[in-house]
Design a protein around this ligand. Structure first.
Ligand code: ZN
Length: 73
């Protein structure tokens, strides 16, 4: 009897838990937005607009394309 009641409570709580849904939603929004703006890697060769060095790959930063050295992580 004790076991049965515990199992039932557990399943009900997991199924209708609002906290569970809210947590995953926040993680999605927070994880996608900053990743798009800060991690925009451009895999082409070019000159860094901050230091002028030739770089094989550059990142978007404040509207400029900069090398990995100048990119502010
Ligand atoms: Zn640079």
């Amino acid at each position: 009897m004790g076991e049965d009641a515990t199992l039932g409570d557990f399943v009900e709580g997991e199924d209708g838990s609002p906290g569970n849904r809210r947590e995953s939603g926040e993680t999605d929004a927070a994880g996608i937005e900053p990743a798009r703006t800060t991690y925009a890697f451009v895999p082409d060769g070019g000159t860094c607009e901050a230091c002028g060095e030739l770089s094989e790959g550059r990142w978007h930063q404040d509207g400029d394309l900069v090398c990995s050295t100048c990119k502010e992580w």
